[in-house]
Design a protein around this ligand. Structure first.
Ligand SMILES: [Zn+2]
Length: 83
């Protein structure tokens, strides 16, 4: 998924956004869509992993791991301790 850096032309706020083709981002600070795209890059693998683990922690907290086998579940919960 492409991740882009934007500068808001209205308030100068700089932010990153994950953007789908059909999706135009807006400034999270002032809501303006008048943005300058600065740098485009692929989201770093470490960042994707961090996002994935964060989602897993949420799922685990909410008991959504029923579709995992007990051994996989143990591995996932082990990964939680390492962070
Ligand atoms: Zn703004």
């Amino acid at each position: 998924m492409p991740i882009y850096d934007y500068n808001c032309k209205s308030c100068g706020h700089a932010f990153e956004a994950l953007v789908r083709a059909s999706n135009s981002p807006a400034c999270p600070h002032c809501g303006s869509a008048d943005l300058q795209k600065c740098v485009s890059s692929i989201a770093p693998a470490g960042k994707i992993e961090a996002i994935r683990m964060a989602h897993r922690r949420v799922a685990a907290a909410q008991g959504h791991f029923d579709h995992y086998s007990p051994s996989d579940k143990a591995k996932l919960l082990q990964g939680k301790k390492n962070i």
